[in-house]
Design a protein around this ligand. Structure first.
Ligand SMILES: [Fe+2]
Length: 244
């Protein structure tokens, strides 16, 4: 096989991996890191995380999520995760070339790289699966998948809410597609179902941030009220895009 043919196949495979993750979730420079033989080579190949632009105004999810919380959450918490993971990637010369590869090797990462990488990716995902209130339940293939997996939308909501309420301390509740089977679960801290170290595995379809920073200003200790109101701002069409 000549070099150009080999390169074409490598690029095609890479494109397949990125497409399977959902192109809207892939940010920053993506390239194959072939080694760390020089500082220049490392810099040119390094994976960088980046914040997506918030898809709506800070006050767009009011009254369910208040503008001040959204502002601090996006501009302080999320941006800090991104800054910190990129610092860790540079300082530790982490050579994974895609986010998928980065998380598949989470168990080998430092706490700083893993936690801040998770925080970067999870929030990019979270912003996208919310939208200004529609008040609607899912329709079409999402409704069919949820009814098929959980019996009814109400039963799904009940189980997802239990996952969100049952997560002690900080973490996330998830709906994932695990090989064609929908599953609900939660992860601690900034772990996500793409991490090899996560008990819950699968392709994320929906996520809910249950860190206190996501709700404390408006809801204080009432996580259950936050979760109940959050259903009003779920972006079901984005969930549908991630459903195979
Ligand atoms: Fe958060």
């Amino acid at each position: 096989m000549n070099n150009s043919r080999r390169k074409f196949i490598q690029n095609s495979l890479k494109a397949t991996v990125i497409t399977s993750l959902g192109s809207s979730l892939i940010h920053g420079t993506e390239a194959y890191a072939t080694g760390l033989s020089s500082a220049d080579e490392y810099k040119s190949n390094a994976l960088q995380f980046a914040q997506i632009p918030l898809p709506y105004a800070n006050n767009a999810l009011e009254p369910n999520i208040d503008a001040t919380t959204m502002d601090i959450h996006y501009n302080k918490h999320h941006s800090t995760y991104v800054k910190n993971v990129n610092e860790a990637i540079a300082a530790e010369k982490i050579s994974f070339s895609t986010e998928k590869e980065f998380f598949a090797n989470a168990s080998k990462l430092s706490a700083k790289a893993k936690n801040n990488g998770g925080g970067s990716w999870n929030h990019n995902f979270f912003w996208q699966v919310m939208a200004p209130p529609t008040g609607g339940a899912p329709a079409g293939k999402v409704a069919e998948a949820i009814n098929g997996g959980f019996g009814s939308f109400d039963k799904f909501k009940e189980q997802f809410t239990q996952a969100a309420m049952g997560r002690f301390g900080s973490g996330w509740a998830w709906l994932v597609d695990d090989g064609g089977k929908l599953k609900i679960g939660s992860t601690p801290n900034q772990d996500n179902p793409l991490m090899d170290s996560s008990e819950l595995k699968g392709t994320p379809l929906l996520a809910l941030d249950v860190w206190e920073h996501a709700y404390y200003l408006k809801y204080q200790n009432k996580r259950n009220d936050y979760v109940a109101n959050w259903w009003n701002v779920v972006n079901w069409s984005e969930v549908g895009k991630r459903l195979g």
